[in-house]
Design a protein around this ligand. Structure first.
Ligand code: SF4
Ligand code: SF4
Length: 290
């Protein structure tokens, strides 16, 4: 079984459009949407949820209003500005609370208790492309790296149970915790970038991060005609890091039109040059020895 992640140093590069195109091309696979902070692969794959799991994202502080005297001690102590006096009641914002427990320890009335936070869910679903595991992180939750690990573990188990060849991962943007959880243990990363200064800068950071994971990494430059000079500089960056650019795709309106029609590019424009390019890139990824 091969685990292939489509990642990008920044959002808006077209990563999910490319992942969904691969979802339409790949034969024996399970999809995983690891962009749990802003999941959008479901917009195209339209999953039918089979099993819904609750995700314990951590703990939050809760005040017992019966015993709270509104003394204000906790308000002064909270470094996350999560506690306020609202309409003469000391109140904790579940979205701002970091679960540090300081207020619980400091409250002279023992009016604060920690409770488990189950704001997030993850799902095992079916799509027209096969099984998919995805998640919905609750507002204000920041335990996304752990959630990514959880859904990846489940996807791998399903792939083993169903004897599937590929785990195809739509990765999160950036280089934070969820990206580290996405890159851990995979075989191949395809980094999707665009020729802007921020795109090149973020790709560079992603390349540096990926070096520690000992995995095969490739680059795809999307909207490559946006800036020819930066596009060339990205190619030089890849040469310097011994990474191959598998494709340079000029801006193509079909990606947007396909998304609007809730289709993958392969379904929307199967005979287009873009479709052929994406088939070539995918074949390269799956035929690669890792
Ligand atoms: S420290 Fe305790 S008693 Fe004082 S305002 Fe906070 S919760 Fe209420
Ligand atoms: S647990 Fe920490 S972050 Fe949450 S309200 Fe209490 S002091 Fe603030």
């Amino acid at each position: 079984m091969k685990q292939i992640a489509i990642v990008s140093g920044k959002g808006g590069t077209g990563k999910t459009s490319i992942t969904s195109a691969f979802a339409a091309i790949a034969k024996s696979k399970i999809l995983v949407d690891c962009d749990v902070d802003a999941a959008d692969l479901f917009l195209v794959t339209n999953p039918t949820i089979e099993i819904k799991h609750r995700y314990k994202g951590g703990e939050i502080a809760v005040i017992n209003q019966e015993t709270c005297t509104n003394c204000g001690v906790c308000i002064d102590l909270c470094r996350f500005d999560a506690i306020r006096l609202i309409e003469e009641q000391t109140t904790i914002s579940e979205f701002s609370c970091d679960g540090c427990r300081l207020c619980e320890l400091a409250c002279p009335e023992k009016a604060i208790q920690m409770e488990e936070n189950f704001n997030s869910n993850w799902f095992e679903s079916n799509t027209r492309f096969g099984p998919m595991v995805h998640a919905k992180l609750g507002i204000g939750e920041d335990n996304s790296g752990k959630l990514v690990t959880q859904i990846r573990d489940r996807a791998k188990k399903i792939a083993q149970e169903k004897n599937l060849d590929i785990v195809l991962i739509d990765g999160p943007p950036g280089i934070g915790c969820p990206v580290i959880s996405t890159l851990t243990g995979i075989d191949i990363a395809l980094m999707v970038t665009e020729p802007t200064l921020s795109g090149m800068h973020d790709l560079n950071r992603l390349i540096e991060l990926a070096k520690g994971f000992k995995l095969k990494s490739y680059v795809l430059i999307n909207k490559s005609d946006l800036n020819d000079e930066i596009s060339n500089r990205i190619e030089q960056l890849c040469i310097a890091n011994e990474m191959e650019v598998l494709a340079k795709i000029p801006f193509n309106r079909s990606f947007v039109d396909a998304m609007v029609n809730q289709k993958t590019l392969i379904e929307f424009a199967p005979d287009s040059d873009l479709s052929k390019t994406l088939h070539t890139v995918w074949n390269r990824l799956i035929l690669d020895k890792v």
